[in-house]
Design a protein around this ligand. Structure first.
Ligand SMILES: Nc1ncnc2c1ncn2[C@@H]1O[C@H](COP(=O)(O)OP(=O)(O)OP(=O)(O)O)[C@@H](O)[C@H]1O
Ligand SMILES: [Mg+2]
Length: 313
């Protein structure tokens, strides 16, 4: 369990985290989302005492991180996979961490096997690829079999097999009753992994809700209907509260009516329908909606980039 109360962090004049209050509960995967620079990593660093809060408090499993006598058993964190001694082997890196908590070497081998590092465990960590580094960071986080797991962009750089493995691992751990707090910019991955989401923008919480509520919020479920008689069906279904997009021939996107009502009207009026698909709002859409005013670092439109490119290219 992670509990933050009015937690804030300022770096000089820059406010990274502007006083956030939230709880990350055990037994579920909580996703932490937000634009670049929103304050996710800073918040996570404060949980494990790597940054001192400017105001407010944060505890993990009921105590400040520094008050835990056995921190590796309380909380495992992957914050910066590059934070390893580059000339030390993966095995020795983990072994030195294990020694601080009397964790046996057998557990080191266990996490090396779990993370798929067995082949490279004796190689210098400095030569690791991005994905291997991430795997080592995850191995370190798992070493003490902690109650709470904090993973900052763990799937960044992982291959598809690794991404799937992380998804299954965190779901399994949450199922075992552990607290899992995970950030990622991959919306489809987050949608498949998280039970609950905390959204942050410019250091403030924008949303803190079960993922199903975030997907529902403000989005009426739409139904895509394909029919050779699109305009006739649109006329039949039109009415108050119903909006119909018929920009493509033979295809309607209808909100305000459910698939059952649409199918019944089509049958009653002998209109042939060959597709009737409820479309859930994607997490990506919900995310863009919620964060549209909170993005600090905007990308340029492709057309802007093209027009500002030097001539002759
Ligand atoms: N050590 C530091 N000194 C000064 N400013 C910092 C420091 N660490 C973070 N910041 C600033 O605080 C803000 C929040 O940064 P943070 O790394 O927490 O964002 P983030 O949400 O993790 O972003 P990203 O998605 O890019 O990882 C940013 O504006 C960043 O520049
Ligand atoms: Mg970050």
């Amino acid at each position: 369990m992670i509990e933050a109360v009015n937690l804030a962090k300022h770096y000089g004049p820059k406010t990274a985290v502007a006083g956030v209050t939230f709880t990350v509960k055990p037994g579920q995967v909580t996703g932490f989302l937000g634009p670049n620079g929103a304050g996710k990593s800073t918040t996570m660093r404060m949980v494990v005492g790597l940054d001192r809060p400017s105001a407010g408090t944060v505890t993990v499993n009921g105590k400040h991180y520094a008050e835990h006598r056995d921190p590796l058993h309380q909380v495992g964190a992957l914050l910066d996979a590059k934070a390893v001694h580059t000339s030390r082997s993966a095995y020795n890196h983990l072994l030195s961490m294990a020694a601080t908590h009397n964790i046996p070497a057998s557990r080191v081998n266990e996490v090396i096997d779990m993370t798929g590092l067995a082949q490279v465990a004796k190689k210098k960590a400095g030569g690791f690829s991005l994905g291997m580094g991430q795997r080592l960071g995850i191995a370190a986080a798992l070493l003490g079999d902690p109650q709470t797991l904090i993973l900052d962009e763990p799937v960044n750089g992982l291959d598809p097999e690794g991404v799937l493995w992380v998804r299954n691992l965190v779901k399994y751990l949450a199922g075992e009753g552990k607290t899992v707090f995970l950030s990622s910019h991959l919306m489809s991955e987050m949608a498949q992994t998280a039970d609950h989401l905390i959204l942050i923008g410019r250091g403030k919480i924008i949303a803190d809700a079960p993922i199903a509520d975030i997907l529902d919020g403000g989005h009426q479920t739409r139904v895509r209907v394909r029919t050779p008689e699109a305009s006739r069906l649109a006329e039949l279904l039109g009415g108050t509260g119903v909006s119909i997009d018929s920009s493509e021939s033979e295809t309607l996107e209808i909100s305000g009516l459910d698939a059952r009502r649409i199918a019944q009207s089509a049958l009653d009026n002998r209109v042939l329908v060959y597709e009737l698909t409820p479309i859930m709002a994607s997490l990506e859409e919900a995310y863009f909606d919620l964060t549209k005013d909170e993005v600090e670092y905007h990308s340029h439109e492709l057309s802007d980039v093209a027009s500002s490119a030097p001539e002759g290219r």
